[in-house]
Write a protein that binds this ligand. Structure first.
Ligand code: MG
Length: 169
């Protein structure tokens, strides 16, 4: 038992915003005239969270685990990908202590949906809502993000080892 072992993970993703796509953040659809372009449903926040979790556990990254070249993941529900990725992390003997995220886009405003997004992520990650935080930031009108042409997400997580090896108590 090495319960003192902690690992930090960092994830980042960016998607273009285009018409006729849903705008999804953490499994929650926000009202918007544009949404994330992507092979999957494009949920930029979930993708950043997956990379943070996999990175912390040393289990690769989202591109390796769910390659965009694979037809399996076309239009995939990113929350399902998150559950699969988190199951890998759990199987490897890690528990999530907390997750903190930043989403950068000019619109829509994230704040009215923040609690819903936190609850959605917390439910998928088997933690209380207090262990998940999400902040929305604009890009102050600067660059492609500031022009509303894209959305970026950053995620950092802390994992604690719960067991030495898979299948050990
Ligand atoms: Mg992505």
């Amino acid at each position: 038992m090495r319960s003192e072992e902690l690992r930090i993970g960092l994830g980042r993703d960016l998607h273009r915003l285009v018409e006729n796509r849903r705008f999804l953040l953490g499994g929650v659809e926000l009202p918007s005239d544009r949404g994330e372009l992507g092979h999957s449903d494009g949920d930029v926040l979930v993708h950043a969270v997956i990379d943070a979790l996999l990175g912390a556990a040393g289990l690769g990254d989202i591109g390796e685990r769910f390659p965009p070249s694979a037809e399996t993941w076309k239009d995939a529900d990113s929350m399902e990908l998150l559950k699969i990725a988190f199951a890998m992390v759990d199987d490897a003997g890690w528990r999530l202590i907390n997750l903190d995220c930043v989403v950068s886009c000019e619109r829509p405003k994230l704040l009215p949906y923040r609690e819903q997004i936190r609850a959605s992520l917390a439910a998928a990650l088997d933690v209380g809502v207090e262990a998940v935080f999400v902040k929305g930031k604009t890009n102050e009108g600067l660059g492609p993000l500031g022009e509303g042409r894209g959305v970026e997400a950053l995620a950092v997580c802390l994992l604690e080892r719960t067991k030495d090896e898979k299948n050990e108590p």
